[in-house]
Design a binder for this molecule. Structure first.
Ligand SMILES: Nc1nc2c([nH]c(=O)n2[C@H]2C[C@H](O)[C@@H](COP(=O)(O)OP(=O)(O)OP(=O)(O)O)O2)c(=O)[nH]1
Length: 128
């Protein structure tokens, strides 16, 4: 079975939340969408809610799929959903180095992980 990494495209007031990885060394400092591995028996949506609680301390409402599944090394795929933080709660960097809200004009300039870069046009479209 294909192993899925889910990512949350959290949007607030026309801006997207980007999160800076703190590990491992080869990707520390690069930016990604909050998320992580879908555990066995878990739905993609449930995994996104769990990961956003763990990483950001907020509950999210998960929305539509964004872009295609992007192949990752090791036979995994990155699958992104739009999301919003419930009650407009402000995410905190509990596991990341930093968080940043980016506008549609800034998305292409973020130093994304390679797989996320593939999704830049879809992320821009989400914000426009
Ligand atoms: N969360 C997340 N991971 C991404 C993105 N793009 C991308 O290539 N990845 C890769 C990096 C990692 O190899 C993998 C997810 O790792 P992770 O560290 O976030 O997931 P996890 O918490 O479930 O895993 P673990 O470190 O606890 O073992 O997917 C993205 O936008 N968000």
């Amino acid at each position: 079975m294909e192993r899925v990494i889910v990512g949350a495209a959290i949007v607030d007031e026309g801006r997207l939340l980007a999160a800076q990885r703190s590990y491992p060394d080869d990707v520390a400092g690069l930016w990604e969408l909050p998320g992580g591995r879908v555990e066995p028996g878990e739905t993609d949506r449930a995994a996104l809610v769990r990961e956003c609680r763990e990483e950001l301390g907020v509950d999210v409402t998960v929305g539509e799929r964004i872009g295609p599944d992007v192949p990752l090394p090791g036979g995994r795929v990155l699958r992104v959903h739009a999301a919003v933080a419930r009650g407009g709660a402000e995410p905190r960097a509990m596991e990341h180095k930093a968080l940043r809200w980016v506008t549609a004009d800034e998305v292409a300039d973020v130093d994304w992980l390679p797989a996320d870069r593939v999704l830049v046009p879809d992320l821009e479209a989400l914000l426009r």
